[in-house]
Design a protein around this ligand. Structure first.
Ligand code: ZN
Ligand code: ZN
Length: 649
């Protein structure tokens, strides 16, 4: 069952000209995170969820990963609204960022998610860029001319989670959002099975369903299944109890607060998101606990250990989170004691396993008792396993099926589950981000894809980190940087030895050899490429493509280092242009170079570009002095050199 086989079949027997619903996932497929889906019919675009993802290894300095939203930016005049299933970051985390880039007139969502979103929008300074409308169970909203969306309650690890029954001109599309079937959810609000079945009866044309746990057999246990286990560990703890979980798992957080109360402990909350989520959930009535259950963390020393319960962030080993700081002995108020019990009530997201294990090691080293791992029964997933997925398929009985929210193999397996439930294999479409599904009452085919990919945001969340920057950061991290500063005259000769500096480069090549290699590369470029690099010669004036020359030297040296020492440091070559007629420096290749050729205390600055032209006729003292002074300051910012061009040319 592949997407291509299904589609070629589909395209043969469809009326490709009749209007269709276009379903375009921009994020969340082939991955866990940044769920963003577009429904499009005629002139209407509706967005379903808009999440973010967290960086993987190698994305240095990247804090947040967003889907490429070029398609939405280009079609923003047609965006009628955004509907949100629930308040997890992978479903709402992108919204405040998108609002800076394109217009979303209105956002509909459940109370808790909308309250969290409001906080994020205020923080990002975009609170006035859209209207937020809170929706409840079985509420139906109209988005644009062609969509009406019913909020159908489901159960997940956070309160207030919904599936959508979207009525479109081609039929009903059921969009599950994240779900499992929890018949005893901690907030007492079970899934609206009746409504799901109602739509199944009426006829669901297409189902888009959560694939997260499609590799896991059986049912996902109820949230309450962890209650007795957590209770046992908390009840038998001798000293303080510290528990870490996702702040956004509000069901778990509520249970932990209940357990603290039951065991006569007062709760201190640590970590911004924990304080934030608990505050909002209490405000909205999702967590009903008396104020005196909580104590301000500053007063931790006034409380007996047996009565202390700390609920904190850091379940994923995030280095700045409360638990990680405690593990490093760097927390302002909490120092670990050997009598402490630390409970990890969360399982690590695949990419975080190593940092979680490191945190656990540190805690154990400090003498704490640490409870973690699958066998302890202290964590349960918020996503349905195969049997839950079958339930969803059984209730909605769709004609077409698109597995979403999961990595590729999970989507494929989920597709197989659908087939085992009676969906025709030709009617299952495994999509990737940016693919376009064209849905008509009697066909589901793939159209030409739209631009998709990632936008990486740095820690300031303002700058987009492009792939080139990321590659450079990776090179810096892996092999360091080599800077080369070389004065070259407009006659195309080296007028002084190059200065070569290594930062973070590990090599057994000595400085002499490095300078020697550099001189060879520069010489080679001057001898073989100079003609192409001289852009214009009118009369006595010469204009040189200095940037091109720098690139030639960089790639030559880069190739040589790859060949000679199997390293790929970032190479930054800067040419100091010297006037024509300056006496040439003759490198003594293959002989012992002068030791002074390597200047060690160089280059804390990284000039960007030196697109300079120097004319022969201006090789007077003033120009000489300028060049000299700039070489002394070891800095050639582009602005300054450009100014020089106008002064000279
Ligand atoms: Zn979720
Ligand atoms: Zn999710």
């Amino acid at each position: 069952m592949t997407s291509s086989s299904m589609n070629s079949q589909g395209s043969k027997n469809n009326q490709s000209k009749s209007p269709c619903l276009r379903i375009i996932p921009l994020g969340g497929l082939g991955e866990i995170g940044k769920n963003t889906c577009v429904f499009e019919y005629g002139d209407d675009i509706m967005i379903l969820d808009a999440g973010l993802a967290f960086p993987t290894d190698g994305m240095h300095g990247v804090n947040v990963v967003m889907p490429d939203t070029t398609y939405l930016r280009e079609n923003q005049s047609r965006i009628r609204g955004l509907v949100v299933t629930h308040g997890h970051e992978d479903h709402i985390g992108g919204i405040s960022h998108h609002l800076k880039n394109f217009n979303i007139p209105i956002v509909y969502g459940p109370p808790l998610a909308m309250s969290m979103l409001r906080g994020k929008m205020e923080e990002a300074g975009v609170a006035d860029r859209t209207t937020i409308q809170v929706c409840g169970p079985r509420e139906v909203i109209k988005v644009g001319q062609h969509f009406s969306v019913e909020f159908v309650r489901n159960t997940h690890s956070i309160s207030d989670s919904y599936s959508f029954a979207v009525t479109t001109p081609v039929g009903v599309v059921f969009f599950t959002g994240d779900f499992k079937f929890d018949h005893t959810p901690p907030d007492g609000q079970p899934s609206d099975l009746a409504r799901m079945a109602h739509y199944g009866d009426k006829g669901v044309l297409c189902l888009l369903s959560d694939s997260t746990n499609s590799e896991v057999t059986g049912f996902t246990p109820s949230e309450y299944s962890v209650f007795p286990n957590l209770d046992r560990y908390i009840a038998t703890a001798e000293g303080r109890v510290m528990v870490t979980t996702f702040a956004s798992s509000t069901h778990r957080v509520a249970m932990l607060l209940e357990l603290a109360m039951k065991n006569g402990r007062k709760v201190g909350l640590l970590g911004r998101s924990m304080l934030n989520v608990v505050g909002k959930a209490r405000e909205l009535g999702y967590m009903r606990f008396p104020d005196d259950l909580f104590f301000p963390i500053k007063q931790i020393r006034d409380l007996p250990d047996r009565e202390t319960f700390l609920l904190m962030t850091g379940s994923q080993g995030e280095s700045m989170a409360a638990l990680s700081r405690i593990a490093r002995g760097e927390h302002q108020h909490v120092q670990l004691k050997t009598s402490d019990t630390v409970i990890f009530s969360a399982s690590p997201i695949p990419g975080n396993t190593i940092s979680v294990m490191h945190t656990i090691d540190k805690l154990i080293k400090l003498g704490a008792k640490v409870i973690y791992g699958k066998d302890k029964g202290i964590h349960v997933s918020g996503h349905g396993c195969q049997e839950d997925q079958k339930w969803m398929l059984g209730l909605t009985r769709p004609k077409y099926f698109i597995p979403v929210h999961g990595e590729y193999r999970m989507q494929v397996l989920h597709g197989k589950t659908a087939v085992s439930m009676g969906v025709h294999p030709e009617n299952v479409l495994v999509m990737e981000n940016g693919d376009v599904a064209e849905l008509r009452p009697d066909s589901l085919v793939q159209g030409s894809p739209v631009k998709s990919g990632v936008e990486l945001l740095d820690s300031s969340r303002t700058g987009v980190v492009d792939t080139r920057v990321l590659k450079e950061r990776q090179q810096l991290a892996d092999d360091g940087v080599i800077t080369v500063l070389t004065p070259i005259s407009t006659d195309g000769v080296m007028v002084a030895p190059p200065r070569v500096n290594l930062r973070g480069v590990i090599t057994n090549v000595d400085a002499k050899t490095m300078v020697n290699w550099t001189e060879r590369e520069i010489n080679w470029v001057l001898e073989n490429r100079w003609k192409q690099l001289v852009l214009k010669t009118g009369g006595k004036s010469v204009e040189v493509d200095w940037i091109g020359l720098q690139r030639e030297v960089e790639s030559g040296l880069s190739r040589r280092l790859r060949r000679e020492v199997q390293a790929e440091p970032l190479i930054l070559c800067l040419v100091q242009p010297a006037p024509g007629g300056t006496r040439a420096y003759k490198p003594q290749l293959d002989q012992e170079p002068d030791k002074r050729q390597v200047v060690k205390k160089n280059a804390q600055t990284a000039p960007k570009a030196t697109n300079v032209s120097v004319t022969n006729k201006n090789s007077n003292t003033t120009t000489d002095q300028k060049i000299k002074s700039e070489s002394n300051s070891e800095e050639m910012p582009s602005g300054r050199t450009r100014r020089r061009r106008s002064a000279i040319g």
